[in-house]
Ligand binder design. Structure first.
Ligand SMILES: *Cc1c(COP(=O)(O)O)cnc(C)c1O
Length: 441
């Protein structure tokens, strides 16, 4: 799978020697010679000399599902055979009692927020480092996103800060399992139960992840997943909302389908959008689910390997995966203690790129509450009726989540994918070590 594409035979030999050394003594820092210490950004040899083949993520399994689907006389989701198969397979990974397919992760969260009984003016606590899709549904339901700060090394909700943000108006908590790393669900569930709050899991980046051995999305009242193209599995676009709650679960369908319950066929009682997923997407999704376990097992193994490979590098803190969890590494992220380096974070990232690591500085540019629409409270074409009418005093210009700001300022992110192997990941670790050593104060 991993092939070395240089046609230069001496550099090939060197690569093979280097990778053998790395394989046999993975985490012992090698004695490096002068030219190997020289950063690639300064004309030295690249640390990442291997390559990996980016394979197509779909093929025969998807074709088979689509072919069977074309023999159906309806491509509609309700009682659709592909949708039913998709849900059955979904439950094998995330065993919820109710599963509803929808058009996106954003739709999934919106459905959960609405089905949770959210009223205008209610507050929903969530993370400021996430995809905007986490908060879109909150705003559309005329509720107020409240941002709590994050833990420094899991980059997930800090439960103590969540506790501080609870008011009599709080309806729900949306726990975002960032990059596939599970939030501290035991603590969040305890807190939610204590205050009678709905707990929603945004697992868009956390397909196949386990908290303490339990699949994410089945711990809170709702679990929300995305199949947007870059997620672990893809239907181009798509989403799933699931529930283990007997009251909330059955409500999801109508909130995802124009407010009508297709079982009772009553007229719409609530306002809800059309967030349906069609059979062609469910067909591809069912096939994609057959690939999921292998994808997440590989990513988890490689992510842990990388952490072990850089854990002892001074000035650097790897991503924290709790011992009994399974993080599925939608991306890998580590943080720098900038007092320990002569360079800034962007320079560090640039040097890594030169070494052949597909690294970028940070993740989203700023915490979500710093986005212009929050700073200007201009969500609905320039206004925010909720605030204009005095139903909330929220002022996003005064929100402060200092740890989240620091996470974004001091972090470096890159992808770990199921196409990579140990040798490649060892080279990434070697690149990080080389750059850190060079810039160490
Ligand atoms: C991708 C993502 C979403 C939104 O999913 P879409 O399918 O793009 O709407 C929501 N939350 C998180 C954490 C995501 O990563």
């Amino acid at each position: 799978m991993t092939g070395h594409h240089s046609n230069h035979s001496s550099s090939r030999r060197r690569f093979l020697t280097a990778s053998t050394t790395l394989l046999t003594t993975p985490f012992v820092s090698r004695r490096v010679h002068g030219d190997e210490k020289k950063l690639a950004i300064h004309g030295g040899r690249k640390s990442v000399t291997g390559s990996y083949s980016k394979r197509l993520r779909w093929g025969a399994a998807e074709l088979e599902q689509l072919t069977v689907m074309l023999k159906q006389n309806s491509l509609f989701y309700w009682k659709g055979p592909r949708t039913e198969l998709f849900k059955e397979r979904f439950r094998k990974h995330h065993p919820a009692t109710s599963v509803h397919t929808c058009s996106s992760g954003t739709a999934a969260v919106h459905i959960a927020v609405a089905a949770a009984g959210t009223q205008p003016g209610d507050e929903i606590i969530t993370a400021p480092i996430t995809d905007i899709g986490t908060v879109t549904g909150i705003l559309f339901q005329q509720a107020v996103p409240v941002f709590a700060d994050l833990e420094p090394h899991t980059y997930n909700l800090n439960v103590e800060d969540v506790k501080k943000k609870i008011t009599p108006k709080t309806r729900a908590i949306i726990a975002v399992h960032l990059a596939g790393n599970p939030c501290d669900m035991a603590a969040l569930k305890l807190l939610a139960d204590e205050h009678d709050l709905v707990l929603i899991e945004d697992a868009a980046q956390a397909w196949g992840a386990w908290y303490d051995g339990i699949p994410v999305g089945t711990i809170g009242h709702f679990g929300c997943f995305s199949m947007m193209n870059s997620k672990h599995i893809s239907t181009g676009d798509g989403g799933v909302v699931c529930s283990v709650d007997q009251t909330f679960g059955p409500l999801m369908q109508k909130y995802g389908d124009k407010g009508s319950d297709r079982t009772t066929r009553e007229s719409a009682e609530v306002l809800a959008s059309n967030y349906r997923m069609s059979e062609p997407q469910a067909a591809v999704g069912a096939a994609q689910l057959s690939r999921l376990e292998k994808i997440v097992v590989t990513r988890n193994r490689l992510g842990r390997l990388l952490t072990a490979g850089i854990a002892d590098v001074p000035g650097l803190t790897p991503m924290l995966e709790r011992e009994h969890d399974r993080c599925t590494y939608w991306f890998y992220y580590f943080r720098l203690d900038l007092t320990r380096f002569k360079c800034d974070r962007n320079q560090f990232a640039k040097a890594l790129v030169a070494e052949g690591v597909g690294a970028s500085a940070g993740y989203i540019r700023t915490p979500v509450y710093e986005y212009p629409m929050f700073q200007k409270h201009s969500f609905f074409n320039g206004s925010w009726p909720l605030r204009d009418m005095g139903l909330t005093t929220m002022d996003y210009r005064r929100v402060s989540c200092p740890e989240s700001v620091e996470i974004l300022k001091t972090g470096i992110r890159f992808r770990i994918t199921e196409d990579m192997d140990e040798t490649y990941v060892h080279q990434i670790a070697a690149a990080i070590r080389k750059v850190a050593t060079h810039y160490a104060v």
